[in-house]
Structures are given as structure tokens and as C-alpha cells.
Design a binder for this molecule. Structure first.
Ligand code: 13P
Length: 323
């Protein structure tokens, strides 16, 4: 991880990309996916704020407006291409309201291909749902943690860096305190599984949610509250050998995500948190730009300007310049 820089998550699956585009009144489909990725990946000067981009597999074989394959174009600008390698989620038979992440079966073969395509790192996302005191179940946390650890081991064997992302969903009526406890528990379970499978944790990046009140809780957290609880959860669960932690935006509105990121990074310095922290947002980086773009080539320059403004804001939120 490089000071002042972070990661763009541009790895929405085809189904999620279509849903996102349709939400903004933009046509779906493969060619629109390419234009959607190009909007962000060929924006000028992104290398000032990004050291990596997580891609979806489809994008590895697509070309940007510079006529280069996206991974080659990123590498030429010193931005590492990464790839989402899980194959999405399915209902967990023992607890059908929860999901488990799939994609381990042919993972070693797929990793060889992604590496040839230029990927330097990978991501696997598991999903943790909160419902009162009943969800998540420990069975769900343990099964997802085992799979995250098996994934991380295979990625290290293949010579790439794994990002492990147990995303604790913001959807629900739960309190911020409950979110904090679940983030802590989920990460502790993941690190127990990583130890069990002898994964080298000095080569693993953690991607986490912030500890925020549930989106249907009717509560609004202050950035200081989010910072305190997020850091307490992380300090209690993430070993200091981990080389970096990155945050997802999780559906928070863009402004809130930026303010919370800034408060977390500021507090991390006060409490001398042991790992570098940075952003790995999708929605909080894309929303403004998509509203402007609307799928119209004429709007690309203005949409890119909005995107760069958010990258700049997030980079400033890290506070690395005055470190
Ligand atoms: P959001 O920032 O939109 O939550 O996306 C980040 C991500 O990679 C979720 O898996």
C-alpha cells in the first residue's frame, strides 16, 4: 500500500453491473460494461490516487478507449490490476437466511489464467448479515472463514496477494455497537481459520466494513463514533503483522463514507494503529460520476471530473501528507 493512495473496487459482477447501470437509466450489456469501466479506468491522473483497481473477470479481456487491454493500461500507469475471484454467494443449507461464498472448486486453474492476464492481487468477498441476536450464526461465520482461508492459501501459492473481505452488511435495524461486535467476531473467526490453514498473514490485505448503525435503525452516527468503534473492532481482531486494511463504502452515502474514512484515519494515528489504512470504495467513488454520465459519451469528461474529485477527497482523508 502506498501513502496517499488506495484501491478502486470496479469488480461488480455482470449482474450487479447491469443493476447499477439500470439504476442510473443506462443500458445494460457487455459493451456498456466496457464503457462503464472505461469511464473510471481511463480517467486522467487516477494514478495519483490509486495504487490498485479490483476488476471483474470480464474486464480482464476488454480494451479501453486507449485501445489497450485494461490490465496492461493500468500497469503502464503503475496501478496494479486485481481481480475478484469468488463466484458469488448461495444460500447456506443449514441457515437459509444466510449465504456462503462459492468458487473454490476450480480456483487454482483460474488463478493461473488471471495471473497470465496481468492480475497481481485478488479479492474474495463473504457476506455477513445481522438480524437482532439471531444472525449471524457461528456456523455461517466459520464456514465463510474456512473458505476465505482456503482461497487465501491458493492465491499465495499462485504468487499473488489475497484481499480477504468479510463484508458485514449495513442493511438492518441493528445498532452501531452490534455492528462493531459482529465485525470483531467475523474477523477473529477469519484469523483463526487463516492460522489453522497456515496462511502467511504478513501477505494478506483485510477489506472491512466500517462500524455503523444499521440502515433501518433510524440512527445517525457521528464520524467520531464510527472511528472509535471501527478501530476498537479492528484492534481486537486483526494481528499487527497484517500489512494493510482497506475500507469498503457499503452503501453509505458518499459524503458520509468520506467523513467516516477521514475520522477513522485521524483516530488511527492518535491510537497508533499498527497497520496502514486506506480506501477500497466502489459506490462512494462511482455514484456522482454515474449520475452525470447517463451512458452518453458527451458526458464522459464531466463525469470523470466528478470521479477524480472524490478520489482526491478520499486521498486527503487518509491524512498521509501531514504524517
Ligand atoms: P462498496 O464501496 O460499494 O461497498 O463496494 C466495495 C466492495 O468491493 C464491496 O465488495
Amino acid at each position: 500500500m502506498e501513502a496517499g493512495k488506495g484501491i478502486l473496487a470496479a469488480d461488480e459482477s455482470n449482474a450487479s453491473a447491469d443493476k447499477r447501470l439500470e439504476h442510473y437509466g443506462i443500458k445494460a450489456g457487455t459493451e456498456m460494461h466496457r464503457q462503464y469501466r472505461d469511464l473510471f479506468l481511463d480517467a486522467p491522473d487516477i494514478e495519483q490516487y490509486l495504487s490498485g483497481v479490483i476488476l471483474f473477470t470480464e474486464t480482464l479481456d476488454q480494451k479501453g478507449s486507449d485501445k489497450k487491454l485494461f490490465p496492461d493500461s493500468l500497469l503502464a500507469r503503475d496501478i496494479l490490476p486485481g481481480v475478484k475471484v469468488d463466484l458469488g454467494t448461495e444460500a447456506m443449507p443449514e441457515s437459509p437466511q444466510e449465504v456462503i461464498t462459492t468458487g473454490l472448486l476450480d480456483l487454482p486453474e483460474r488463478l493461473q489464467q488471471y495471473k497470465q492476464d496481468g492480475a497481481a492481487f485478488t479479492k474474495w468477498r463473504s457476506v455477513v448479515r445481522i438480524d437482532r441476536d439471531t444472525l449471524p450464526t457461528s456456523k455461517n461465520l466459520v464456514e465463510n472463514a474456512k473458505r476465505l482461508a482456503s482461497y487465501a492459501l491458493e492465491v499465495q501459492k499462485a504468487g499473488m496477494v489475497p484481499i480477504i473481505e468479510p463484508e458485514v452488511l449495513m442493511e438492518g435495524k441493528h445498532s452501531r455497537l452490534r455492528a462493531k461486535e459482529v465485525i470483531k467476531e467475523a474477523l477473529k473467526t477469519v484469523f483463526a481459520a487463516l492460522a489453522e490453514q497456515a496462511v502467511d498473514i504478513s501477505g494478506v490485505i483485510v477489506k472491512t466494513s466500517m462500524a455503523v448503525s444499521g440502515s433501518q435503525s433510524g440512527r445517525v452516527d457521528t464520524p467520531e463514533e464510527v472511528a472509535t468503534d471501527t478501530l476498537e473492532a479492528l484492534i481486537a481482531s486483526v494481528p499487527k503483522q497484517v500489512p494493510g486494511i482497506v475500507f469498503l463504502s457499503g452503501g453509505q452515502d458518499t459524503e458520509t463514507a468520506m467523513q467516516n474514512l477521514a475520522a477513522i484515519c485521524k483516530k488511527a494515528k492518535d491510537v497508533t494503529a499498527p497497520w496502514p489504512l486506506t480506501y477500497s470504495f466502489a459506490r462512494a467513488f462511482q455514484d456522482d460520476a454515474l449520475k452525470i454520465w447517463k451512458g452518453d459519451p458527451e458526458n464522459v469528461p464531466a463525469a470523470r471530473e466528478a470521479f477524480i474529485a472524490r478520489l482526491k477527497e478520499a486521498s486527503a482523508a487518509l491524512g498521509d501528507k501531514d504524517a
